[in-house]
Design a protein around this ligand. Structure first.
Ligand code: AMP
Length: 400
């Protein structure tokens, strides 16, 4: 089964084409600057070199039309006819309380995604545009939605509610939803396979550390808590997001600095985190390059790893122990310094890193725990697109 995986953002569309039986990627690419001047399509067939094309791409429909035409093209294509696309899987950011797993897209499903726009105003509208574009270009092809929030939908109520009046949950859906669910699901499954134990018997902590960062407690295969909340702002320190803080601070800053709601939103989402603390960069590589020279870069890094360590302790307590810790995402997969600092001093919990293994610069899955560590520590590159392709195949197969 050939599955086209689509991740539609506000001005971009990322895609990958899979042979879902063999899990092979046939091609991948990205359309950028949709609706702006000088849109660019970067396309890479797995067995040939990358091509970059530029042109006017006014909207998501045109972008996906471009994608389909390059997939069919003589020199850069990977299929001969568009009928070879058996199914399309979409990353959808917010499924609210309506979806606890991936679903075949119908009019009702689209209405539910639309109903969640209030929760994810920047993400769900472009996700819907992607679905509509495919609907008009490939009307007979089944489409599947895979939600960032779905994996966290089984959290217990005491973990997902905030200490606000209960009526606000009822009236406005104010609760923890959690994000990066597809990634936490993928790496927890892989961790169980690496550990050679059923996921149902394990207590895992999975840390997805990229520009956005979240950590989850996964008990018996279920996400029982996660650090991102009503929006992706809560929890760990991130590239440009502040993560946890006293909510009264924002009221005070809005008052003192005369900020509008929009200003405050931009402050917390775009100018905080590693960027705001270091004054240097939101990029962990640059922070680490400056760690010895700049006290503010060091502070940003120390805040990042301190908060990570606090969450590891909290989630171990929440689950009554931990069998495995997984690092993933650009930082989790690549930064030996973040892993080392976050786990330092946790040997009393049976968490011991093998320093040499932690330093190895490999791109593959690996166990970096010391021989005597009671807790397995693993680095597992995430692969959300593969999860979307496989969910899409399973759901389309089941519906036939
Ligand atoms: P992502 O959002 O998952 O693509 O992750 C992006 C983050 O990963 C950025 O902060 C990068 O600086 C960070 N990153 C990538 N490679 C490295 C590396 N070798 N060392 C430290 N951080 C890295």
């Amino acid at each position: 089964m050939i599955v086209l995986v689509i991740n539609a953002g506000s001005s971009s569309v990322k895609y990958q084409v899979f042979n879902a039986e063999t899990k092979e990627v046939l091609a991948k690419g990205l359309v950028e600057r949709i609706g702006m001047s000088g849109a660019i399509l970067t396309h890479k067939p797995t067995d040939r070199k990358e091509v970059r094309l530029s042109g006017e791409i006014l909207d998501h429909k045109m972008a996906i039309e471009y994608v389909v035409s390059i997939l069919l093209s003589k020199n850069h294509g990977v299929i001969k006819d568009k009928s070879e696309i058996d199914a399309v899987g979409h990353r959808v950011v917010h499924g609210g309380e309506a979806f606890s797993s991936s679903v075949l897209i119908s009019e009702e499903v689209m209405a539910e995604i639309r109903a969640c726009i209030d929760y994810a105003p920047l993400h769900n509208p472009p996700n819907l545009k992607g679905i509509n574009a495919v609907k008009s270009l490939l009307p007979d092809v089944p489409q599947v939605a895979v939600f960032d929030t779905a994996f966290h939908q089984k959290m217990p109520k005491y973990a997902f509610l905030y200490g606000l009046p209960y009526t606000l949950y009822r009236r406005h859906g104010i609760r923890r939803y959690g994000f990066h669910g597809t990634s936490h699901r993928f790496v927890s499954n892989r961790a169980a396979e690496i550990m050679g134990q059923p996921l149902e018997n394990l207590k895992l902590i999975t840390a997805h550390l990229g520009n956005g960062a979240s950590i989850s407690a996964i008990q018996n295969g279920r996400s029982v808590d996660t650090s991102m909340g009503f929006t992706p702002l809560e929890g760990l320190l991130m590239g440009t997001r502040c993560g946890d803080m006293d909510p009264a601070i924002i009221l005070q800053i809005m008052h003192k600095e005369e900020l509008t709601v929009n200003d405050a939103n931009i402050l917390m989402n775009k100018h905080s985190g590693l960027q705001g603390i270091s004054g240097i960069s939101s990029d962990m590589r640059e922070i680490e390059e400056e760690y010895e020279e700049s006290s503010r870069a060091k502070l940003a890094h120390d805040m990042f790893t301190y908060r990570l360590k606090k969450y590891i302790g909290a989630y171990a307590a929440a689950m009554g122990g931990v069998d495995g810790i997984v690092f993933t995402g650009g930082i989790g997969e690549n930064s030996e310094m973040v892993r080392k600092h976050a786990l330092e001093g946790l040997d009393y919990m049976g968490i011991e890193l093998d320093e040499a293994k932690n330093k190895e610069r490999l791109k593959e899955e690996r166990d970096i725990s010391a021989k005597n560590s009671q807790v397995r520590i693993m680095v597992i590159p995430t692969n959300e697109e593969l999860v979307i392709a496989l969910d899409t195949k399973r759901i389309v197969d089941e519906s036939n």
